[in-house]
Design a protein around this ligand. Structure first.
Ligand code: MN
Length: 253
């Protein structure tokens, strides 16, 4: 009897999030699935690790044969604990998934995203990982069935998979298929909202309105989802700006 592949799933919206549940249950049709996700929502935590306080791991629930575990930390903490806590996984995972995030992770969102970071944490350990996100207002069932299709293809040809892949589903019910593209440009209206607490002290809330402007650049993820495609972007693990090295060396000569 051949073992089914093992897939580890995390997210940044928390262990009770609908996107996570829908993805885990869909993928459990083709693989053994274990979930390790943040106890609380941890969106925009990027790749933070919790090093200055203890972490607690607990089994949240078992649903559809899938164990949903939580760690009271960040998305990257969750993947780190799942991969390195002795005897947590019975065998090395073939693939690590993150999501499905509630909302897009396009363009520069990928720097802030805890969803992408959970996947990156696995990729840094040499395990292929895919981050999935769904545009606001989309149906998770539909996105999860497309994610399952992607996972089927990946499992059938893991050697062809990049270590880190970022996928975004448009919210409309019938997307036009997958489109491999580069990161686009997403600009938010930045703002700091000032308020006063009941004791007269100032507090503020960062991040402007959730809507973002997408530059309509052909071949980018922002353009692909705006056109109704699922964007698929391989992300590198080495952010060195090769083109700037010679100029910097000259500047410092
Ligand atoms: Mn999120």
């Amino acid at each position: 009897m051949t073992l089914r592949p093992l897939i580890l799933i995390s997210n940044d919206d928390g262990v009770r999030a609908l996107g996570l549940r829908t993805l885990a249950l869909a993928v459990s049709a083709v693989a053994d699935v274990v979930v390790m996700a943040p106890l609380e929502e941890a969106s925009a935590k990027s790749h933070a690790l919790t090093l200055a306080r203890p972490l607690r791991h607990r089994l949240d629930r078992v649903e559809g044969g899938v164990e949903f575990h939580s760690v009271d930390g960040t998305p990257a903490d969750c993947v780190y604990v799942a991969l390195f806590k002795a005897d947590f996984l019975k065998r090395p995972p073939s693939l690590v998934l993150s999501g499905i995030n509630h909302g897009y992770n396009l363009g520069s969102d990928t720097f802030y995203s805890g969803t992408v970071a959970a996947a990156r944490e696995a990729a840094l350990r040499g395990i292929p990982a895919i981050a999935f996100s769904l545009g606001q207002g989309g149906q998770f069932e539909q996105a999860a069935s497309s994610a399952k299709l992607f996972v089927d293809r990946a499992l059938a040809n893991l050697k062809a998979m990049p270590l880190l892949t970022n996928v975004n589903f448009p919210p409309q019910p019938d997307h036009l298929g997958f489109r491999v593209c580069r990161l686009g440009r997403r600009s938010y209206k930045d703002d700091v909202y000032l308020r006063e607490d009941p004791r007269g002290h100032e507090y503020f809330w960062i991040g402007g309105p959730p809507t973002a402007h997408h530059e309509p650049l052909e071949g980018t993820d922002t353009f692909a989802v705006d056109q109704g495609y699922c964007s698929v972007t391989p992300l590198g693990l080495d952010p060195t700006a090769d083109g700037a090295m010679a100029d910097l060396a000259t500047l410092l000569r």
